[in-house]
Design a protein. Structure first.
Length: 159
């Protein structure tokens, strides 16, 4: 009887540990001054405000406010949004959305994407982290050491 109770206790402890862990590939919240859940205003989302910092597979996103949809592995970020990939790629905007399942980002509002070799300035961008490509359908300016390219739409290759 004592063995059964010990085994049951260990099994319950292991289940709590296993269920409490986030699966690999999940967006991780590193910081927020305030967290709240309001099912009436934003169902299934955690509201994060103040010094928000999240991480996902080599990308760190910071912003003033965010809605984090944990089940969908999806985040909407507001105010002074910055995504940093490694130490070479920076994406700044006033609003962004990021899907951790497909590793795609959408950013709008004074978008600036910078890498060591060049930069892109536009209003709206779609960034595919898997392909390391961004495309835009709003006027943009790509600048590198030797050239400046102005266009109405285009693709920005990070490499």
């Amino acid at each position: 009887m004592r063995r059964i109770l010990v085994l049951l206790f260990l099994l319950l402890g292991w289940c709590q540990y296993a269920l409490g862990q986030r699966p690999p590939g999940s967006i991780q919240i590193e910081n927020a001054d305030f967290q709240d859940i309001n099912q009436f205003e934003i169902p299934d989302a955690v509201l994060l405000t103040g010094n928000v910092r999240v991480r996902h597979e080599g990308v760190v996103m910071t912003c003033n406010k965010a809605y984090f949809f944990q089940k969908e592995n999806y985040i909407k970020a507001f105010g002074q949004v910055q995504m940093v990939q490694g130490d070479t790629l920076y994406l700044n905007s006033t609003y962004a959305e990021y899907n951790g399942n497909v590793k795609k980002a959408y950013a709008t509002g004074n978008v600036i994407m910078r890498s060591p070799e060049s930069s892109l300035v536009t209003d709206t961008i779609h960034f595919d982290r898997m392909k390391q490509e961004a495309f835009y359908k709003t006027k943009g300016v790509i600048t590198n050491r030797n050239n400046t390219l102005k266009s109405d739409a285009g693709t920005y290759y990070v490499k």
